[in-house]
Design a protein around this ligand. Sequence first.
Ligand code: KG4
Ligand code: ZN
Length: 347
Amino acid sequence: MITILAIESSCDETSASVCRDGKILSNFIANQTIHEKYGGVVPELASRAHMQNIVPVVDAAIKEAGIHLSDIDAVAFTQAPGLIGSLLVGTQFAKSMAMALNKPLIAVHHMQAHVLANLIADEKPSFPFLCLTVSGGHTQIVLCESPSSMKVIGETIDDAAGEAFDKSAKLLGLPYPGGPLIDKYATSGNAQRFSFPEPQIPELNFSFSGLKTSILYFLQNAGSSNVYKEEFLATEDEKKKFIADNLNDICASIQNRIISILLNKLKKAALQTGVTNVCIAGGVSANSGLRKALQETGEKMGWQTYIPAFQYCTDNAGMIAITAYYKYLNKDFTDLSVSPSAKAEWS
Ligand code: KG4
Ligand code: ZN
C-alpha cells in the first residue's frame, strides 16, 4: 500500500490531500476570500493566509482520510509554477514533514497535475490523450503519452482563458473571480445576441487580449459597436444601465466566444495528432458551458471525452497527490535542498 500526503499552495487555495494506491481518500481545500475586494489575488496576503491555513488544512486532510502520520510513505508538494511566496509556504511545510517522518519528498509541477487530475476518476482516459488545460494563469493543449511524458503543443500568447473570464467580468463590474459568475448569468442568457470576434492565431496557439479590448469598446458604446468610436461613447450611467438590462445575454455571448476559441483549437489538435481521447482540466473546466460543449463536440467528432469531478478542476491537492503517486511508482523523488519556482517551464 502506498499512502501519499500532498500539499498545494501555488496561488490562493491552501489544499491538502491523502491518496492511497491512486485513490483519493481526502481533498481538503481552504479558499482565501480576502482577495475578492481587491479584484485579484494579492501575493503578500495569499502567503500570509497560507501560513494561517496550512496546519489546519493538513490536519483535516489526514483526519478525513482516517490515517495516522506513521502511514504516510511520501510527502508531495507543488514546486512550480505559481506565486513564489505562496509556493514557499507549501514547499517548506512539505520538506519539514518529509524530514520529520524520514520519508521521500516528491516535487510536482502544477500544470502537469491539472492534466493528471483526469486519472483520479475510476473511468480514466487511456494513453495517449489530449488535455486542454484552462486556468487563471494558463491555457495549454497538452499531448500526454504517459504520466511522465507530456508535451505542450499549443498555448496562449497573451491572456489565459480564466483571465479572459475574470477580466471580462471586471469590465461588467462583477467581483473577482468573475469566471463562475459569468457561467451563472450565462445559463439564462442568449449566446447569439451579441457577437465578439474570433482571433486568427496560427498553429494551436490562443489569444484572448483582442476579445478583452472588443468587450471594452462594446461596453463603452453601450452595445452599439465593438470598435472604438468616439461619437458613440456612452456615459457611465448609460453603460451601467445597458449592463444591468442585458447582463445574462452579454455573459452568454462572451462565454460562447471563449468556448468556441478553445474548442476550435482542440478540434485542430485532435485532427493533427489523430488522438481521440480528449480531456479538459484546470479551473475553467468547471464552466458548465465548456463541459457541455466538450461533450457535444466529442459526440460529433467521435472522441472519448473526460472531465475531472468539480473539486479536481480548480486548484486542489488531490491532483498533486495523484501525480505524486505515479512519480512514486517511478521512484522520482527530490532531495531536501529543492526550492520552488515561479516559472512555468516543464521539467
Ligand atoms: O485552476 P485554477 O483554480 O487556478 C489557477 O491555477 O489559475 O483556475 C482559476 C480560474 C479563474 O480564472 C476562475 O475565474 C476560473 O478558473 N473559473 C471559471 C469557473 N470556475 C473557475 N471560469 C469560468 N467558469 C467557471 N465556472
Ligand atoms: Zn491551477
